[in-house]
Design a protein around this ligand. Structure first.
Ligand code: HEC
Length: 300
């Protein structure tokens, strides 16, 4: 008798735990998480590569040419057959951070997963809850065309292990000051993907010259990305903190011109962009940019 009731009690505890846990999961994606996710999405430049100019948000299709062939940004709307609607939260997070699809297939590092790996778990979870609220678009992403033999099976894993420097995620997202600025620049904003010099030979990012710029040859989509270290002659050492905040928040440059190219797109974003970050966050970014080593590197 006693034995049975103990067992029943245990079962009851288990069931209660399970119910509480499931309810917890359901509560986790409340409006506050979605709002936080949208904020993270903006700080990541509106994941702009996944939206074609004037196209539907997150529906993919944008083309990227690389030395390995051609790849198209994926449909990341919640459409089940053609987007990520059938993926679990964990599967989406794994794709964002590690560049792996649920079927084990590799995602090319055109998707900046080595930077996004530095994002905190809570920000990634919030981001996923926001992605699930964007209208689903039924649109098949064109298949990639790889021209280098054995690229994904041999070259890419070796490249990732040998040359790619991965960011490390913090236990929680820093909330203020320089650590916040560093987190937004290096992980979420993935500024280094375009602004940190890449080797012309391997195209790997050289973090020993963090944010010192790329010429057209190694820059994103054939565009030059300026040196944004505090070097006075070749970087942005002459910009005040306030001018950096204004630039990231509006696109207006200190010389009266406006941000163009990919940077203009990042600031504007899609459903959100850099411009939607709080003043406090933009200031943290500006302070961090002022704190890194000044590197002389003239970008033509
Ligand atoms: C997708 C590539 C890309 C990413 C990511 C990116 N930038 Fe840029 N950035 C550019 C390009 C290209 C320009 C040049 C824009 C122009 O010609 O108007 C630029 C210009 C700038 C400038 C103006 C510098 C100057 O001397 O004119 C600043 C400051 C800047 N970016 C900061 C940042 C910060 C901070 C981040 C991350 C939060 C960031 N960028 C992320 C591509 C990028």
């Amino acid at each position: 008798m006693v034995r049975v009731s103990r067992c029943a009690a245990r079962r009851l505890v288990l069931v209660t735990c399970f119910v509480a846990f499931s309810a917890g999961v359901a509560w986790a994606a409340g409006p506050a998480d979605v709002a936080r996710g949208k904020y993270v999405f903006g700080a990541a430049a509106g994941c702009g590569c996944h939206t074609e100019p004037k196209g539907q948000a997150n529906a993919g299709g944008k083309k990227f040419e690389g030395p390995f062939g051609t790849v198209y940004a994926s449909n990341i709307t919640p459409d089940r057959p053609t987007g990520i609607g059938g993926w679990t939260d964990e599967q989406i997070i794994t794709a964002v951070r590690f560049g792996r699809r649920p079927n084990g297939e590799r995602i090319l590092p055109v998707h900046p997963f080595t930077s996004f790996n530095g994002m905190a778990e809570e920000d990634l979870k919030a981001l996923v809850s926001f992605l699930r609220t964007v209208p689903p678009v039924h649109r098949t992403t064109p298949p990639k065309k790889i021209t280098v033999p054995m690229f994904e099976r041999v070259f890419l894993p070796v490249w990732l292990a040998t040359f790619a420097s991965k960011e490390t995620p913090p236990p929680a997202a820093p909330v203020s000051g320089l650590p916040r600025g560093e987190y937004l620049v290096r992980a979420v904003g993935h500024c280094g993907e375009c602004h940190t010099p890449r080797s012309a030979l391997t195209m790997a990012v050289d973090n020993s010259r963090l944010l010192a710029g790329n010429s057209k040859k190694t820059g994103p989509e054939g565009q030059a990305a300026p040196n944004i270290t505090p070097d006075k002659g070749t970087g942005i050492g002459d910009w005040t903190e306030e001018q950096i905040v204004t630039y990231l928040g509006t696109g207006n440059r200190p010389d009266g011109d406006v941000a163009g190219g990919l940077m203009g797109e990042n600031i504007q974003g899609t459903l959100a962009g850099y411009k939607d970050m709080t003043n406090a966050d933009l200031r943290s970014i500006a302070q961090y940019l002022k704190s890194i080593p000044a590197i002389k590197n003239k970008i033509e």
